[in-house]
Design a protein around this ligand. Structure first.
Ligand SMILES: Nc1nc2c(ncn2[C@@H]2O[C@H](COP(=O)(O)OP(=O)(O)OP(=O)(O)O)[C@@H](O)[C@H]2O)c(=O)[nH]1
Ligand SMILES: [Mg+2]
Length: 331
């Protein structure tokens, strides 16, 4: 699992390595220029100004306390610091059961694909899954989710195109009560965070679901990593409107902007539940901050020993594995 994360993060890692190598060309002295350069390299790797500032402040402090001799020692310790900069939660929303998760985000972020991948893993792990298609905006959206439901072997609740998304959610909850499904995943239509009307519509959907559902409701924002810093604006707006519970960051494969995951998690203090590293059914992983940090900094920059440790310690399982360790769903 760590390997596929590492592969997916290769462009992000190369970008940071390139920046750091330029900096290290001046020599490994820990002077003001180094700390400024480190902050800049982090910002250029999309981790966001706030996270970059906080990481450098803490690293500087650590370097003094632990009398770190040079830049290489700092880079060695940076993995831990980056991992600790992510917001955490005690329980991953996708390990909860019963749970109803609403997937929201801008157009094309990867919501439907993520719902499909999670449905499939959850079903394999023995969960009682029901899908709801509250994207009634695009005709193709209904077919797309239907296809995923077939692939996963789970039931789906849908209505005709143009139907009120809130009433599809209503129907979905009702159906779950009939069948005893208690792992409910609802897909919503993509919308721009800047579109007031569509954001208000979504607020209404979420409020209806929160009122109607007797099982815990979670809102998860799906962010496409390739959108870079725009992801931060998206997250701010969606969080303000919906009070989000967690994030899924998709398309970490093949982008140099993977640092955005850290920017959003840190600034909004939202845990990342899952990451998408490809289009396939199994290209979704439980997020592990240490894996992320170890994939962010190349082994070339870290000491050899530290790199080996990180690989051993990092142990994000595939979702199916993760799920089968969770307590069985009571029926
Ligand atoms: N490379 C890569 N592609 C992904 C990933 N997740 C989703 N995609 C692709 O992104 C495209 C859009 O995915 P969808 O799941 O349809 O996105 P959506 O958010 O539901 O889009 P709308 O419903 O139109 O708002 C599809 O071609 C997916 O295969 C990922 O982790 N990596
Ligand atoms: Mg969709």
């Amino acid at each position: 699992m760590f390997e596929s994360m590492k592969r997916g993060m290769s462009s992000t890692r190369e970008k940071f390595t390139e920046q750091m190598n330029i900096l290290l060309d001046r020599g490994p002295r820990l002077d003001d220029d180094f700390w400024e350069g480190l902050e800049e390299a982090l910002i250029l790797s999309d981790v966001g100004a706030q996270a970059a500032f906080d990481i450098v402040e803490r690293m500087r402090d650590k370097a003094t306390r632990k009398a770190l001799p040079d830049a290489y020692a700092v880079l060695d310790a940076l993995t831990d610091e980056i991992a600790e900069t992510f917001a955490t939660s005690e329980v991953n929303v996708f390990d909860e059961n019963p749970v109803l998760v609403l997937f929201v985000g801008i157009n094309g972020a990867g919501k439907t694909t993520t719902v499909g991948k999670i449905a499939s893993a959850a079903k394999r792990a023995g969960r009682n899954v029901l899908l709801g298609c509250a994207d009634t905006f695009r005709a193709a959206a209904i077919e797309q989710l239907e296809e995923w439901s077939r692939r996963a072997g789970v039931e789906i609740v849908q209505r005709e195109r143009g139907a009120d998304p809130a009433s599809v959610c209503y129907d979905t909850i009702e159906r779950a009560e009939q069948t005893g499904a208690n792992y409910i995943l609802i897909d919503t239509a993509g919308r721009l965070h800047t579109s007031d009307d569509l954001m208000r519509e979504l607020e209404k959907v979420v409020n209806v679901v929160r009122k109607r559902s007797s099982i815990p409701v979670r809102t998860v924002l799906v962010i496409d990593a390739t959108t870079g810093q725009n992801g931060l604006n998206q997250a701010r707006q969606f969080n303000e409107a919906l009070d989000l519970d967690a994030l899924v960051v998709t398309k970490l494969d093949g982008t140099a902007k993977g640092g955005i995951a850290l920017a959003v998690s840190h600034e909004l203090q939202l845990p990342i539940a899952m990451i998408g590293v490809g289009e396939g059914l199994d290209d979704l992983q439980v997020f592990n901050a240490r894996d992320f940090a170890a994939s962010f900094i190349s082994e070339e920059l870290r000491g050899g020993g530290a790199a080996a440790n990180a690989t051993e310690e990092a142990s994000a399982g595939s979702m199916a594995e993760e799920f089968s360790e969770a307590p069985e769903a009571g029926e």
